[in-house]
Design a binder for this molecule. Sequence first.
Ligand SMILES: NC(=O)c1ccc[n+]([C@@H]2O[C@H](COP(=O)([O-])OP(=O)(O)OC[C@H]3O[C@@H](n4cnc5c(N)ncnc54)[C@H](O)[C@@H]3O)[C@@H](O)[C@H]2O)c1
Length: 337
Amino acid sequence: MKLRVHLKENSYSIHIKKGILNAVSSFCLSYSKILLVTDSGVPKQYIDIVKKEIPHCLLFTLKKGEKNKNMQSANAILHQLFINNFDRHDLILAIGGGVVLDLCAFVASIYKRGMHYGSIPTTVLAQVDSCIGGKNGINYDSFKNGVGTFYHPKFVLIDPLVLDTLPKRHWNNGLIEALKMGLIHDKNLFDLIATKNIKKNIQSIIFHSLKNKIDIIEQDVHDIGIRQILNYGHTLGHAIESYCNFKVLHGEAVAYGMVLETKQNEIKEQLLQIYKKIHLKKIKPIPLTLLKPYIMQDKKRVHQSIIIPQINQIGSCQLVEISMNVFFKQMGDEIHE
Ligand SMILES: NC(=O)c1ccc[n+]([C@@H]2O[C@H](COP(=O)([O-])OP(=O)(O)OC[C@H]3O[C@@H](n4cnc5c(N)ncnc54)[C@H](O)[C@@H]3O)[C@@H](O)[C@H]2O)c1
């Protein structure tokens, strides 16, 4: 399966195929220097396959985890690039989850004002969502994605087989982004996740999630219009993640953000049913007052207003601008389980 993101000179292809890890070299033929970046949580067996494919690559392994998606890790990658004399036409190849991909895309975008970047996402979240779109970000203190750029890969290689080793909690983490995509833009995708066996249908879930995202980002790559619908559930989600010091996973936080940001009770109910079906980890209630400082830092806030997506029905939504006061009122006093 192949998808193409059409962004003029920044266009690129996404290749989705079981076992594609064993064909990485065919996508790297034009690169004599490659920095392969991963983290300590990505199983060694996948790194070994890639190293065998491209023996001339230099491997750099970061410490795993969201708390390492920061300037120190970005600096550590930059250091590798400088001491090994990489130039702008060499490749930084990220293999890992959204943390590694965000860090590598960010570094690739700033190293000598932009070097070549490719990615091999290995978590559900990275495969269904974060590997495309061009947004990257690192956390600044406790502010989620406080620093980042827009930058596009040269290619994305998705091997669904690598998900075999991914813990269940991380499967759910990624599925929430796919579910969000279904909720805002594609009823069939929503129904697929709601009713079918997830593992058996993962390739289709990945394909349709990315296809929908491409449709949206091709219309608004710089996130100034329609693309903001992708933020559904994220205003509260990001605040919960920051407040909990990233001990809650992105998808878990967004899942509860989606329920709270949804007005229709019957849709809320359907979401909760799906969370039950996949055994999503629950979040303890957090008073809204504690989340407010983080919500006020939200990039979507414009003075005293915020632009948020509102669901019309499953598969369709629109952007609305509401005052922060109204937003807080709609959320109620507490973030519930
Ligand atoms: N740039 C974007 O558009 C975008 C979109 C959504 C989320 N994100 C970001 O993505 C990040 C979350 O990404 P994530 O959920 O992939 O987390 P992650 O990158 O931390 O990966 C989760 C854990 O799984 C391990 N892992 C990776 N692949 C594995 C595999 N195949 N088998 C077993 N373990 C594996 C990792 O080492 C890590 O410990 C957040 O920082 C979020 O902000 C970015």
